[in-house]
Design a protein around this ligand. Sequence first.
Ligand code: 3HC
Length: 271
Amino acid sequence: VSPVWLPGDPGGPERAVAGKAVQSIQTSLERVAKKQLKDRARGGQTAGVQDYGQPGHSQSAADAAKSADLVVEAVVENLELKRSLYRQLDSTAPAGCLFASNTSSLGIAELAEAADIRRLHFFNPVPVMRLVEVVRTPDITEAAFNQLLEFSRSLGKSAVPCKDTPGFIVNRLLVPYLTEAVRMLERGDATAEDIDTAMRLGAGHPMGPIELADYVGLDTTKFIMDGWHAKFPNVELFKPSDMLNKLVEEGRLGRKTGQGFYKWDSKGSKL
Ligand code: 3HC
Protein backbone atom coordinates (compact mmCIF):
# COMPACT_ATOMS: atom_id res chain seq x y z
CA VAL A 1 0.00 0.00 0.00
CA SER A 2 1.53 3.33 -0.99
CA PRO A 3 -0.25 6.44 0.22
CA VAL A 4 0.91 9.13 -2.17
CA TRP A 5 0.50 12.87 -2.08
CA LEU A 6 1.61 15.75 -4.23
CA PRO A 7 5.21 16.84 -3.76
CA GLY A 8 5.86 19.94 -1.72
CA ASP A 9 8.12 21.01 1.10
CA PRO A 10 9.36 17.64 2.45
CA GLY A 11 9.40 18.99 6.00
CA GLY A 12 5.98 20.62 5.62
CA PRO A 13 2.42 19.47 6.17
CA GLU A 14 2.82 16.64 3.64
CA ARG A 15 5.03 14.77 6.10
CA ALA A 16 2.42 15.02 8.83
CA VAL A 17 -0.28 13.86 6.41
CA ALA A 18 1.85 10.87 5.35
CA GLY A 19 2.54 9.97 8.97
CA LYS A 20 -1.17 10.12 9.75
CA ALA A 21 -2.06 8.01 6.69
CA VAL A 22 0.48 5.32 7.54
CA GLN A 23 -0.62 5.33 11.18
CA SER A 24 -4.25 4.94 10.21
CA ILE A 25 -3.45 2.05 7.82
CA GLN A 26 -1.41 0.37 10.54
CA THR A 27 -4.19 0.72 13.10
CA SER A 28 -6.66 -0.81 10.65
CA LEU A 29 -4.25 -3.60 9.83
CA GLU A 30 -3.81 -4.38 13.49
CA ARG A 31 -7.58 -4.57 13.98
CA VAL A 32 -7.98 -6.94 11.04
CA ALA A 33 -4.91 -8.97 12.03
CA LYS A 34 -6.08 -9.35 15.64
CA LYS A 35 -9.11 -11.31 14.52
CA GLN A 36 -7.34 -13.35 11.83
CA LEU A 37 -4.43 -14.20 14.13
CA LYS A 38 -6.83 -15.49 16.74
CA ASP A 39 -8.36 -17.81 14.11
CA ARG A 40 -4.92 -18.95 12.92
CA ALA A 41 -3.75 -19.62 16.49
CA ARG A 42 -6.81 -21.82 16.94
CA GLY A 43 -5.65 -23.74 13.85
CA GLY A 44 -2.20 -24.25 15.44
CA GLN A 45 -0.37 -21.70 13.23
CA THR A 46 1.88 -18.98 14.59
CA ALA A 47 1.94 -15.56 12.97
CA GLY A 48 2.29 -11.90 13.91
CA VAL A 49 0.98 -8.58 12.63
CA GLN A 50 4.37 -8.10 10.92
CA ASP A 51 3.47 -10.97 8.55
CA TYR A 52 0.90 -8.71 6.95
CA GLY A 53 3.66 -6.38 5.68
CA GLN A 54 4.30 -2.71 6.24
CA PRO A 55 2.57 0.08 4.34
CA GLY A 56 5.07 1.96 2.21
CA HIS A 57 5.04 5.63 1.34
CA SER A 58 6.73 8.04 -0.99
CA GLN A 59 7.11 11.81 -1.14
CA SER A 60 6.64 11.78 -4.89
CA ALA A 61 3.72 10.49 -6.91
CA ALA A 62 5.96 10.04 -9.96
CA ASP A 63 8.44 7.90 -7.99
CA ALA A 64 5.69 5.80 -6.42
CA ALA A 65 4.21 4.98 -9.83
CA LYS A 66 7.50 3.73 -11.33
CA SER A 67 6.96 0.09 -10.39
CA ALA A 68 3.17 0.04 -10.03
CA ASP A 69 0.83 -2.47 -11.72
CA LEU A 70 -2.24 -0.66 -10.40
CA VAL A 71 -2.76 2.80 -8.92
CA VAL A 72 -5.93 3.43 -6.91
CA GLU A 73 -6.35 7.19 -6.55
CA ALA A 74 -8.50 8.40 -3.65
CA VAL A 75 -7.50 12.06 -3.15
CA VAL A 76 -10.05 14.74 -2.31
CA GLU A 77 -12.80 15.38 -4.92
CA ASN A 78 -11.04 18.22 -6.70
CA LEU A 79 -10.78 17.89 -10.46
CA GLU A 80 -7.65 20.01 -10.90
CA LEU A 81 -5.83 18.23 -8.08
CA LYS A 82 -6.70 14.84 -9.53
CA ARG A 83 -5.66 15.85 -13.04
CA SER A 84 -2.35 17.16 -11.80
CA LEU A 85 -1.75 13.95 -9.84
CA TYR A 86 -2.54 11.78 -12.88
CA ARG A 87 -0.13 13.80 -15.03
CA GLN A 88 2.65 13.05 -12.52
CA LEU A 89 1.73 9.37 -12.24
CA ASP A 90 1.48 9.00 -16.01
CA SER A 91 4.96 10.46 -16.52
CA THR A 92 6.65 7.43 -14.92
CA ALA A 93 4.13 4.55 -14.68
CA PRO A 94 5.12 1.46 -16.70
CA ALA A 95 3.15 0.63 -19.83
CA GLY A 96 0.22 -1.58 -18.81
CA CYS A 97 -0.16 -0.02 -15.34
CA LEU A 98 -3.87 0.45 -14.63
CA PHE A 99 -5.10 3.72 -13.11
CA ALA A 100 -8.33 3.49 -11.14
CA SER A 101 -10.07 6.41 -9.47
CA ASN A 102 -12.19 5.99 -6.34
CA THR A 103 -14.09 9.17 -7.20
CA SER A 104 -17.80 8.86 -6.58
CA SER A 105 -18.84 12.16 -8.09
CA LEU A 106 -16.51 13.28 -10.88
CA GLY A 107 -16.98 12.25 -14.50
CA ILE A 108 -14.35 9.85 -15.78
CA ALA A 109 -14.16 11.64 -19.14
CA GLU A 110 -13.10 14.85 -17.37
CA LEU A 111 -10.39 13.04 -15.40
CA ALA A 112 -9.31 11.01 -18.38
CA GLU A 113 -7.95 14.12 -20.11
CA ALA A 114 -4.77 13.47 -18.15
CA ALA A 115 -4.46 9.69 -18.51
CA ASP A 116 -6.38 6.48 -19.22
CA ILE A 117 -8.44 6.04 -16.08
CA ARG A 118 -10.81 3.35 -14.75
CA ARG A 119 -13.22 3.34 -11.87
CA LEU A 120 -13.04 1.21 -8.72
CA HIS A 121 -15.29 2.31 -5.89
CA PHE A 122 -14.54 1.23 -2.30
CA PHE A 123 -16.60 1.93 0.83
CA ASN A 124 -15.78 3.26 4.30
CA PRO A 125 -14.31 1.67 6.34
CA VAL A 126 -12.46 -0.03 3.49
CA PRO A 127 -10.96 -2.92 5.52
CA VAL A 128 -14.44 -3.92 6.72
CA MET A 129 -16.83 -3.18 3.87
CA ARG A 130 -16.91 -6.18 1.58
CA LEU A 131 -18.03 -4.45 -1.60
CA VAL A 132 -16.17 -2.91 -4.51
CA GLU A 133 -18.12 -1.44 -7.42
CA VAL A 134 -16.27 -2.07 -10.67
CA VAL A 135 -17.55 0.39 -13.22
CA ARG A 136 -17.88 -0.50 -16.86
CA THR A 137 -16.79 2.79 -18.43
CA PRO A 138 -17.73 3.04 -22.11
CA ASP A 139 -14.25 2.48 -23.54
CA ILE A 140 -12.91 -0.15 -21.12
CA THR A 141 -11.54 -3.32 -22.71
CA GLU A 142 -12.80 -6.69 -21.51
CA ALA A 143 -9.26 -7.55 -20.36
CA ALA A 144 -8.90 -4.40 -18.23
CA PHE A 145 -12.39 -4.86 -16.77
CA ASN A 146 -11.63 -8.47 -15.82
CA GLN A 147 -8.33 -7.42 -14.26
CA LEU A 148 -10.20 -4.99 -12.00
CA LEU A 149 -12.77 -7.65 -11.05
CA GLU A 150 -9.98 -10.10 -10.27
CA PHE A 151 -8.01 -7.55 -8.27
CA SER A 152 -11.09 -6.69 -6.17
CA ARG A 153 -11.79 -10.37 -5.52
CA SER A 154 -8.14 -10.97 -4.60
CA LEU A 155 -8.71 -8.49 -1.73
CA GLY A 156 -11.48 -10.75 -0.45
CA LYS A 157 -14.19 -8.32 -1.60
CA SER A 158 -17.35 -8.98 -3.56
CA ALA A 159 -17.00 -7.15 -6.86
CA VAL A 160 -20.20 -5.82 -8.39
CA PRO A 161 -20.07 -4.66 -11.99
CA CYS A 162 -22.09 -1.54 -12.73
CA LYS A 163 -22.63 1.08 -15.39
CA ASP A 164 -21.02 4.51 -15.26
CA THR A 165 -24.14 6.30 -14.00
CA PRO A 166 -24.21 9.04 -11.29
CA GLY A 167 -23.54 7.38 -7.92
CA PHE A 168 -23.29 3.92 -9.53
CA ILE A 169 -25.45 1.63 -7.33
CA VAL A 170 -24.69 2.37 -3.68
CA ASN A 171 -24.33 6.14 -3.64
CA ARG A 172 -27.31 6.66 -5.99
CA LEU A 173 -29.47 5.08 -3.29
CA LEU A 174 -27.51 6.00 -0.18
CA VAL A 175 -26.73 9.71 -0.63
CA PRO A 176 -30.36 10.80 -1.31
CA TYR A 177 -31.38 8.66 1.71
CA LEU A 178 -28.83 10.44 3.94
CA THR A 179 -30.03 13.82 2.70
CA GLU A 180 -33.67 12.86 3.22
CA ALA A 181 -32.78 12.05 6.85
CA VAL A 182 -31.19 15.50 7.22
CA ARG A 183 -34.33 17.07 5.74
CA MET A 184 -36.42 15.13 8.27
CA LEU A 185 -34.28 16.60 11.04
CA GLU A 186 -34.51 20.06 9.45
CA ARG A 187 -38.31 19.87 9.47
CA GLY A 188 -38.24 18.90 13.15
CA ASP A 189 -40.01 15.60 12.49
CA ALA A 190 -37.63 13.71 14.82
CA THR A 191 -34.32 14.17 16.65
CA ALA A 192 -31.03 12.96 15.16
CA GLU A 193 -30.79 10.26 17.84
CA ASP A 194 -34.34 9.05 17.19
CA ILE A 195 -33.86 8.93 13.40
CA ASP A 196 -30.69 6.88 13.91
CA THR A 197 -32.24 4.53 16.46
CA ALA A 198 -35.24 4.03 14.20
CA MET A 199 -33.17 3.05 11.18
CA ARG A 200 -30.83 0.83 13.21
CA LEU A 201 -33.61 -1.05 14.94
CA GLY A 202 -36.39 -0.69 12.39
CA ALA A 203 -34.42 -1.34 9.22
CA GLY A 204 -31.48 -3.30 10.59
CA HIS A 205 -28.83 -0.84 9.40
CA PRO A 206 -25.52 -0.92 11.32
CA MET A 207 -25.58 2.89 11.63
CA GLY A 208 -28.38 5.40 11.39
CA PRO A 209 -28.31 7.92 8.50
CA ILE A 210 -27.36 11.00 10.53
CA GLU A 211 -24.40 9.21 12.13
CA LEU A 212 -23.47 7.75 8.74
CA ALA A 213 -23.51 11.22 7.13
CA ASP A 214 -21.05 12.35 9.83
CA TYR A 215 -19.00 9.19 9.26
CA VAL A 216 -18.81 9.64 5.45
CA GLY A 217 -18.19 13.40 5.84
CA LEU A 218 -20.78 16.16 5.47
CA ASP A 219 -18.61 17.87 2.84
CA THR A 220 -18.50 14.66 0.78
CA THR A 221 -22.27 14.19 1.09
CA LYS A 222 -22.90 17.81 0.09
CA PHE A 223 -20.37 17.68 -2.75
CA ILE A 224 -22.06 14.65 -4.30
CA MET A 225 -25.56 16.14 -3.96
CA ASP A 226 -24.47 19.54 -5.32
CA GLY A 227 -22.95 17.86 -8.37
CA TRP A 228 -26.17 15.98 -9.11
CA HIS A 229 -28.34 19.02 -8.41
CA ALA A 230 -26.33 21.05 -10.94
CA LYS A 231 -26.84 18.33 -13.56
CA PHE A 232 -30.48 17.50 -12.72
CA PRO A 233 -31.96 20.71 -11.19
CA ASN A 234 -35.56 19.44 -11.35
CA VAL A 235 -35.02 16.23 -9.38
CA GLU A 236 -36.55 16.89 -5.95
CA LEU A 237 -34.38 14.26 -4.23
CA PHE A 238 -31.18 16.07 -5.24
CA LYS A 239 -32.21 19.49 -3.86
CA PRO A 240 -29.69 20.99 -1.39
CA SER A 241 -30.35 21.05 2.34
CA ASP A 242 -29.86 24.36 4.20
CA MET A 243 -28.81 22.52 7.36
CA LEU A 244 -26.14 20.52 5.55
CA ASN A 245 -24.88 23.67 3.78
CA LYS A 246 -24.65 25.55 7.07
CA LEU A 247 -22.71 22.81 8.88
CA VAL A 248 -20.23 22.55 6.01
CA GLU A 249 -19.85 26.33 5.88
CA GLU A 250 -19.01 26.28 9.60
CA GLY A 251 -16.37 23.57 9.04
CA ARG A 252 -18.42 20.99 10.95
CA LEU A 253 -17.72 18.17 8.55
CA GLY A 254 -18.47 15.22 10.83
CA ARG A 255 -16.11 12.58 12.23
CA LYS A 256 -13.01 13.99 10.53
CA THR A 257 -13.30 17.42 12.20
CA GLY A 258 -14.61 16.10 15.54
CA GLN A 259 -18.01 17.70 15.02
CA GLY A 260 -20.92 17.40 12.63
CA PHE A 261 -24.40 16.49 13.75
CA TYR A 262 -22.65 14.68 16.61
CA LYS A 263 -19.36 15.15 18.45
CA TRP A 264 -16.53 12.66 17.78
CA ASP A 265 -13.35 11.99 19.76
CA SER A 266 -9.84 12.06 18.28
CA LYS A 267 -9.95 8.28 17.75
CA GLY A 268 -13.05 8.59 15.60
CA SER A 269 -15.58 7.31 18.13
CA LYS A 270 -18.91 9.06 18.51
CA LEU A 271 -19.21 10.81 21.89
N1 3HC B 1 -10.32 -0.83 10.13
C1 3HC B 1 -10.29 -2.14 10.42
N2 3HC B 1 -11.27 -2.77 11.10
C2 3HC B 1 -12.30 -2.02 11.52
C3 3HC B 1 -12.40 -0.63 11.25
C4 3HC B 1 -11.35 -0.04 10.52
N3 3HC B 1 -11.33 1.27 10.20
N4 3HC B 1 -13.56 -0.16 11.76
C5 3HC B 1 -14.18 -1.21 12.34
N5 3HC B 1 -13.42 -2.32 12.19
C6 3HC B 1 -13.73 -3.68 12.63
C7 3HC B 1 -13.63 -3.81 14.14
O1 3HC B 1 -12.33 -4.15 14.55
C8 3HC B 1 -14.63 -4.93 14.42
O2 3HC B 1 -14.02 -6.17 14.12
P1 3HC B 1 -14.48 -7.53 14.87
O3 3HC B 1 -15.92 -7.75 14.50
O4 3HC B 1 -13.59 -8.55 14.27
O5 3HC B 1 -14.25 -7.28 16.32
C9 3HC B 1 -15.72 -4.70 13.37
O6 3HC B 1 -15.12 -3.93 12.32
C10 3HC B 1 -16.89 -3.93 13.94
O7 3HC B 1 -16.41 -2.70 14.47
P2 3HC B 1 -16.85 -2.10 15.89
O8 3HC B 1 -17.17 -3.21 16.81
O9 3HC B 1 -15.83 -1.07 16.27
O10 3HC B 1 -18.12 -1.25 15.58
P3 3HC B 1 -19.47 -1.59 14.88
O11 3HC B 1 -19.90 -3.00 15.06
O12 3HC B 1 -20.35 -0.49 15.27
O13 3HC B 1 -19.10 -1.43 13.31
C11 3HC B 1 -18.89 -0.18 11.33
C12 3HC B 1 -18.53 -0.27 12.82
C13 3HC B 1 -18.23 -1.35 10.58
C14 3HC B 1 -18.33 1.14 10.81
C15 3HC B 1 -20.46 -0.29 11.18
O14 3HC B 1 -21.06 0.68 12.00
C16 3HC B 1 -20.93 -0.08 9.76
O15 3HC B 1 -20.91 -1.00 8.94
N6 3HC B 1 -21.43 1.14 9.46
C17 3HC B 1 -21.95 1.48 8.15
C18 3HC B 1 -20.81 1.80 7.22
C19 3HC B 1 -21.31 2.15 5.83
O16 3HC B 1 -22.48 2.17 5.52
N7 3HC B 1 -20.33 2.48 4.95
C20 3HC B 1 -20.60 2.94 3.61
C21 3HC B 1 -20.43 4.40 3.56
S1 3HC B 1 -20.71 5.05 1.92
C22 3HC B 1 -19.19 5.16 1.22
O17 3HC B 1 -18.19 4.85 1.79
C23 3HC B 1 -19.14 5.67 -0.20
C24 3HC B 1 -18.63 7.08 -0.33
O18 3HC B 1 -18.38 7.30 -1.71
C25 3HC B 1 -19.62 8.11 0.16
